[in-house]
Design a protein around this ligand. Structure first.
Ligand SMILES: [Zn+2]
Length: 124
């Protein structure tokens, strides 16, 4: 049975394209978003390897369990490298207020606008 693998082989490529498109939007923010761009790149590489392995499993009519083992290995790597792979925070590290989509994905500081302004004023 290659039910899971054929679903992933059919659909994960679009997820990969979405992830790559996000890095193109991040380019606009330049130096402010180096860490998060690398994280998105790591995620894109993982999604792509999962897609390729699903395609190979479907092509050679192998078992879905190989894909599950591979996905578990990817999950373990993600867990140990989580600081690099998931630097995204939903709440400001300084005041814990909820951040906007742009602040979550396009700014490395993980701070809301008012905290960033306070920090900037303190540095001046
Ligand atoms: Zn804040």
């Amino acid at each position: 049975m290659t039910l899971i693998s054929s679903f992933i082989a059919d659909n994960l490529f679009y997820v990969f394209l979405g992830v790559v498109a996000l890095t193109l939007f991040q380019r606009k923010y330049g130096k402010n978003v180096v860490k998060k761009r690398m994280a998105i790149l790591y995620i894109a590489i993982m999604v792509f390897t999962l897609h390729i392995s699903a395609v190979l499993i479907v092509e050679f009519e192998l078992s879905d369990s190989i894909l599950l083992i591979w996905a578990a290995a990817v999950a373990v790597v993600f867990y140990y490298k989580r600081d690099k792979v998931f630097p995204f925070r939903y709440k400001c590290v300084s005041c814990s207020s909820r951040m906007s989509f742009n602040e979550i994905f396009f700014d490395d500081s993980n701070m809301c606008e008012s905290c960033r302004d306070k920090l900037k004023k303190a540095e001046e």
